[in-house]
Design a protein around this ligand. Sequence first.
Ligand code: FE2
Length: 351
Amino acid sequence: MSATIPVDKWQYTTVVVRDYRQVVTNFARFFGIDRWEVIRVDGKYLSNSMFEGKAAQHRWISVFGHNGELGIELIQPVDGPSGYQAMLDSVGEGMYGVAASVCEPAQFETLKAELAAQGIGIRQSGTFFDAVDYYQLDTRDALSNVIIEVHCPRRPDWRSAIKPDEVLHMDLKHLGPKFLPTQKMLHIGVVCKDRNRTKANLQNLFGMQRWIEFQIESGVSMEETTYYGQPCYHAYDNHVGRAGELCFELITPRSDKCVYDEFLKERGEGMHHTFPTICSKEEFAAALPELEKHGMPVIQGGRIGDMMEYYYIDTRRYLPGITTEVVIPLRPDWLSLFFPNPGDASILMGD
Ligand SMILES: [Fe+2]
């Protein structure tokens, strides 16, 4: 039996941080987001709080920023048990989950039963501003530690009922030049022990039926592969699947000495990188010194024929726990060469 979690707009990717004030300007500069809404989520705004099947008293600070199709929510846990605190206590800061689903309450009741039949319960839930219920599905096992958040509105004007305590307006020019163009969240890369299992579960949960796949091996399907600045043999496989705006890349390493194997050993499965940037070789060459100056060197890279290069930038300190992928097309027709079927290109690129 399958369930179908609806996908609306990819509202935000949630990132758990220890102190949002230390990093919000980094996210602002990196993604070009000049307005951030801060909400201190506690008993004032939050009711019906549940965590792991029990009524919970917990508080956190939510900080939302949007730039076109790219939304970030920073979460700083304050006290009480929560999925956010559990993440800080186990693997530390980093990407926690995605919010892209809005469901009518009656529809969610049906969905909840379908999910339960697949062994997926609700790990954390509550009501914000008496306007919307949120549910964090316990998809840790099924989706390689990606948490899926679903919103069930209690009233039509629920979005405007959510009022920030504070709005941070940032002068981006004052923060410094943007490092790289960031068009939208093209995908989140998820390191999986078994990409096929996670893919099957995404197919069941979201009805994601269209996928593209790469099998990467140095000297076979990729050249000039590097790891921390040194030439290095890489072997890994991935699947990329999309449901509307929401897109995941599922990666399973077949060799060590690559960022995926390092991530698995350090943190286990989970959300490893964002892919917000496609830029020219010239733009990337111009950006690299400024990235390096801020402690963000290239830690992995490779080239596929004369079509494209890709790099991972070590943004794990600047954007806590997150690595950033950059793709550099080497010829204008790279996408059609890669994907003769335009439907396949749209899985990678969105609409
Ligand atoms: Fe990726």
